[in-house]
Design a protein around this ligand. Structure first.
Ligand code: SF4
Length: 189
């Protein structure tokens, strides 16, 4: 391995065990994708070569909840799917995190119907809300980094009952609307 030849091997590093645990935990977040619709395609793009989620150590998508600590809900969730979502969340390892990706997961989006859950945070604790329809891969990466910062700072919040409280972070959209390049007139007939 190149690192042994690049660095002297008799160096000693001292640190705190908790810092080491936090560093390794935030450098190896393993997501489980709960991708049900178009947002799932952006999730796939985030993990592929152009955006390269591996730079943040979070590209190892697991399809077993017991091997995952970050659930990314990408797309609308129907009422029929809800028990499956909850079961998967319950089976994940602690400490675990949830990202609600896109308008549909966070609010039901345009699907204001009896069959679609109008916001998954009513049923599972959501840590980070990612805006957009669909969100850009950069926005999803920002959400993952927000969780990594909390892990790094060992700042996992507790609710009044002593249990882990959701982070409730909303990633702010950075898109700046440009003026219409050509004037548009809408004719009334
Ligand atoms: S938020 Fe938009 S892109 Fe994402 S699942 Fe809903 S309709 Fe599709």
């Amino acid at each position: 391995m190149g690192i042994e030849s690049a660095l002297p091997t008799d160096n000693v590093i001292t640190t705190q065990i908790q810092k080491l645990i936090n560093w390794s935990r935030r450098s190896a977040v393993w997501p489980i994708p709960f991708a049900t619709a178009c947002c799932g395609i952006e999730l796939m793009a985030t993990a592929s070569s152009r955006y390269d989620l591996a730079r943040f150590g979070a590209e190892v998508m697991r399809f077993s909840p017991r091997q995952a600590d970050l659930m990314i809900v990408a797309g609308r969730v129907s009422v029929k799917m809800l028990p499956v979502l909850q079961r998967i969340y319950q089976q994940m390892t602690e400490p675990k995190w949830v990202i609600s990706m896109g308008a549909c997961a966070s609010t039901g989006g345009v699907f204001d119907t009896y069959a679609v859950v109008q916001g998954i945070d009513q049923f599972v604790p959501v840590d980070v809300y990612v805006p957009g329809c669909p969100p850009r891969p950069e926005t999803l990466i920002e959400a993952i980094m927000a969780i990594q910062r909390i892990i790094d700072e060992d700042n996992i919040p507790k609710g009044p009952d002593g249990k882990r409280a959701p982070l409730n972070i909303a990633v702010q959209p950075t898109h700046v609307v440009k003026p219409q390049p050509v004037p548009v007139t809408v004719g009334l007939s």
